[in-house]
Design a binder for this molecule. Structure first.
Ligand SMILES: Nc1ncnc2c1ncn2[C@@H]1O[C@H](COP(=O)(O)OP(=O)(O)OP(=O)(O)O)[C@@H](O)[C@H]1O
Ligand SMILES: [Zn+2]
Length: 466
């Protein structure tokens, strides 16, 4: 079955044909580790994870690399402003190295909680300074650089196809009056190496051009080449990377190797807040995975929510949508748990599900088909379960590992239950109702069964009502 992927470079769906039979090299631009990731950032990594799992389902051995940007990403994409790491360091009153280590670990914990498979390689920019210097030297040798007072710049005028990925209006951009050029020859030119100058920097290195630090884009060119080769299969990132970061990665590769780094470019759409604004670190609605957990939401409910939208469609965050995802996940887990084991996957559903996933990762359609399977009278229960187990290789919801949590009822709730039982025995029905409401307000559902009173936490209340 053919795997179709939407390639931003060509703006069309293309069948996936790997460079090497049976293998797929996948590079993802990773976090800038000056702060926690927000759930918008995490949406982009969930998309990368689904892609990786769908590639594996199609039989490819995936070599997945995620970079960690721990130097050189300035607060403005136009190569001005402060290094985000130095800024984060001042805010936290810790060294840039300490915050890089701290937020890298926090990010790795987030992705583990979301069942995002760990990459084969975590590539840290600060651990690949020599590779970046070598890459810049290659670009320089081919005549695509110039020097200014503050760094070595890429001369985008030299590349006829500069900006093709983003279909940039180069003429418009270059004649734009609002772009501050300073020493740059053109608005689209970008820094490959910045000099430390008089600035007191924590992260800086010697180079053939002077002491300083690499620009943001060169890290990905250098590290993807090192781990996946100068031409690899798929490059992914969030849609904001199209006009600048990925455009410049491509330019660097064109200048050094005369071709782009990857065969396919895939981009995930944003998680928005309030309709159309992208969730950002700078805004007040910065939600972390931990914020969701504090409100009693399972991280995997967020995974389910993300799977319920196509990766190229914007997704607007709301607590109501997240609650609905939690409810759906609870129902799915319980349904799976109740089905008998020992079956084989149903071949026709398997094929239909894979066809949806192979159509540019159509997870919402795959989920709809999965619910249809669970209602089917034709597919035996054990085959339903086996099909779900198979599908969960891509969904990553950990269905087989889930078990209903033992319900530990706090003492004060048990006291309310006992008081309600007594009220019922004494036929004080109004008291019993008041006590039931108090139990529900405490987050528990109470049910009267022939075997006695049963009590469940609300989040798992479907255990008693299905
Ligand atoms: N709201 C969002 N929804 C989906 N992906 C996002 C969103 N914001 C950023 N991303 C993606 O997250 C990834 C990590 O980006 P990075 O850690 O550099 O964060 P960032 O761009 O500094 O975030 P922010 O813009 O919120 O400050 C990138 O691939 C980026 O495209
Ligand atoms: Zn990158």
């Amino acid at each position: 079955m053919e795997l179709m992927l939407y390639d931003t470079y060509e703006r069309r769906l293309r069948p996936f044909v790997p460079l090497q039979a049976g293998a797929a090299g996948l590079y993802a631009c990773g976090p800038t580790v000056y702060d926690y990731a927000h759930i918008g950032n995490l949406r982009t990594y969930l998309f990368g994870d689904v892609l990786r799992r769908v590639l594996a389902l199609n039989g490819y051995a995936v070599n997945h690399v995620i970079c960690v940007t721990d130097v050189g990403h300035l607060t403005s994409d136009a190569d001005t402003g402060e290094d985000k790491m130095e800024k984060g360091s001042r805010r936290a009153r810790q060294s840039a190295w300490e915050i890089a280590a701290f937020y890298t670990r926090a990010f790795q914990q987030d992705i583990a909680d979301l069942h995002i498979l760990a990459p084969a390689v975590w590539a840290r920019a600060t651990e690949h300074i020599q590779e970046q210097i070598d890459f810049i030297a290659g670009i320089e040798r081919n005549g695509y650089t110039y020097r200014t007072a503050d760094g070595i710049y890429f001369d985008t005028h030299q590349l006829a196809r500069y900006g093709h990925l983003a279909r940039l209006d180069i003429g418009g951009l270059r004649s734009g009056h609002r772009v501050e050029l300073r020493d740059k020859r053109s608005a689209t030119d970008f820094a490959l190496w910045k000099f430390s100058g008089d600035e007191q920097r924590q992260m800086e290195w010697d180079s053939p051009w002077g002491r300083g630090f690499p620009g943001w884009h060169i890290e990905c060119s250098a590290m993807s080449s090192k781990y996946l080769g100068v031409l690899f299969d798929i490059h992914v990132g969030g849609e904001d990377h199209i006009p600048v970061h990925h455009t410049n990665e491509i330019a660097q590769h064109e200048a050094c190797h005369a071709h782009p780094p990857a065969q396919y470019w895939l981009h995930g759409a944003f998680l928005n807040v309030d309709g159309s604004a992208k969730m950002s670190k700078s805004d007040g609605d910065f939600l972390r995975l931990a914020t969701l957990a504090e409100r009693g939401v399972d991280p995997l409910a967020y995974r389910y929510l993300v799977l319920s939208a196509h990766y190229r469609s914007p997704l607007t965050f709301s607590w109501a949508a997240l609650d609905a995802a939690q409810t759906a996940l609870n129902r799915l887990r319980l349904a799976y748990h109740r089905l008998p084991g020992g079956g084989q996957p149903d071949a026709s559903y398997q094929q239909a599900l894979q066809a949806e996933l192979n159509q540019d990762l159509n997870t919402p359609r795959a989920l709809a088909l999965m619910w249809e399977l669970l209602k089917s009278n034709e597919v035996p229960a054990a085959a339903q379960k086996a099909t779900l187990t198979w599908l969960d290789q891509v969904l990553g919801l950990g269905l087989a590992a889930w078990a209903p949590a033992a319900c530990v009822v706090p003492d004060e709730v048990q006291a309310l239950v006992a008081a309600r039982d007594l009220a019922r025995q004494e036929k004080r029905w109004a008291d019993a109702d008041t006590l039931r409401r108090a139990i529900e307000d405490a987050g528990y559902a109470v049910r009267d069964t022939p075997a006695g009173t049963s009590i469940q936490r609300q989040a798992t209340s479907m255990i008693s009502n299905e």
